[in-house]
Design a protein around this ligand. Structure first.
Ligand code: ACO
Length: 331
């Protein structure tokens, strides 16, 4: 097996900043409640003409440029998203066209854990010699799938994209992964329509069902803490490492309280846990690669560092990647 490593990462956020006060004009909520319960102060919402593929392309272009890799060298593009441009074709196809990429292109769907899945699948393709350069992207425009009458969900999410360029490496950059899903709880967090069960529609009152519905936020909260902590623990054990060996934990940015609870279970000091959700919100599949890019560009990740990522979301899907960082500081 050939090893795969991350050559560089990149991210893109829409310009439009939506504060908690902005949302309190739409639903019965407050800046204090949202900050206290989630840690989120603001999020970005896509503007006119911005879609999952345009944000993905911006993030991918930044990662390719930082890696010094030409678009024509990419032989597989994996896009993780639950808010793709349209049901068909894949969002990866639009990214490929926009950037002039070559080779295969496919979307993967594991909600907030999508980038964790995509990274492992991409590294496996390099591992078995079927690909040399894999672009893995997490991208979401969830603002178009929010019910702005439902205060329990619309305050949580934001838009954005993050990308990583995977290439063969002498040392394993991706040390290991855990991928999990428990389909018994598939309806706990869902977009009920827009697929073959119930095509997207708007009823006579203007109600639509192709929006995010969360049946029980507390239950999702508890399962997210247990799932991420358990996956991270198992991955460290499997890799023969302990949390002391990890330079930085970069968790899915859903909720500051979830992140703190996961860190406490892993006995991880807070200063070694990266958090950027205050200004970004929960960007689902884009959350981990955006956070990786922010941490890298702020000088928190250097070659040789060990990075632990973990994510949890609809599916219920969760997982973790353990990465030996190899990318030099961006110029
Ligand atoms: N503003 C003001 N009040 C609100 C809001 C809001 N936006 N949303 C809910 N409330 C009210 C509720 O109605 C409830 O009122 P009541 O006591 O009168 O019934 C009260 O606040 C407490 O509600 P809870 O749901 O118990 O609040 P909790 O402390 O659990 O926080 C939250 C809710 C933030 C949704 C939390 O459960 C959570 O983060 N869960 C994880 C959900 C998540 O992250 N989902 C995203 C996808 S999955 C993932 O990424 C991990």
């Amino acid at each position: 097996m050939t090893s795969a490593r991350i050559a560089a990462v990149g991210s893109a956020l829409p310009e439009r900043l939506v504060t908690n006060d902005d949302l309190s004009q739409l639903v019965d909520t407050s800046d204090e409640w949202i900050r206290d319960r989630t840690g989120i102060r603001a999020r970005r919402f896509a503007g006119e003409g911005e879609t999952a593929s345009t944000l993905a392309s911006e993030a991918a272009a930044r990662s390719l440029e930082a890696a010094g890799v030409a678009p024509s060298a990419v032989d597989l593009t994996i896009v993780a998203t639950i808010s793709g441009d349209q049901p068909m074709p894949s969002t990866a196809a639009f990214v490929q066209d926009r950037l002039g990429l070559t080779g295969g292109a496919v979307d993967v769907q594991a909600a907030c854990a999508g980038f964790i899945y995509g990274t492992d699948l991409g590294a496996a393709q390099i591992g078995v010699g079927r690909a040399e350069t894999v672009l893995v992207i997490g991208t979401e425009v969830l603002s178009r799938f929010l019910d702005f009458t439902d205060r329990t969900t619309c305050v949580l999410f934001g838009d954005g994209a993050g990308a990583a360029v995977l290439v063969p490496g002498e040392e394993p950059g991706l040390i290991g992964s855990i991928l999990e899903n428990d389909g018994r709880h598939a309806r706990l967090l869902e977009i009920p329509s827009g697929g073959s069960r119930k095509p997207a529609n708007v009823d006579e009152e203007g109600n639509r069902e192709n929006v995010i519905r969360m049946k029980d936020g507390r239950e999702v909260f508890k399962r997210a803490v247990v799932g991420m902590a358990e996956a991270a623990t198992r991955l460290l054990e499997k890799s023969g490492l302990s949390s002391d060996d990890v330079t930085l934990m970069v968790p899915h940015q859903a909720n500051g309280r979830i992140i703190r609870a996961v860190a406490d279970r892993l006995r991880f000091p807070r200063e070694r846990v990266f958090v950027d959700l205050e200004e970004v919100g929960n960007t689902s599949a884009a959350s981990v690669p955006i956070a990786l890019d922010h941490a890298w560009r702020r000088g928190l990740l250097k070659p040789g560092d060990v990075v632990l990522t973990a994510a949890f979301g609809a599916g219920l899907a969760w997982g973790a990647n353990l990465i030996r960082w190899t990318a030099e500081a961006p110029s």
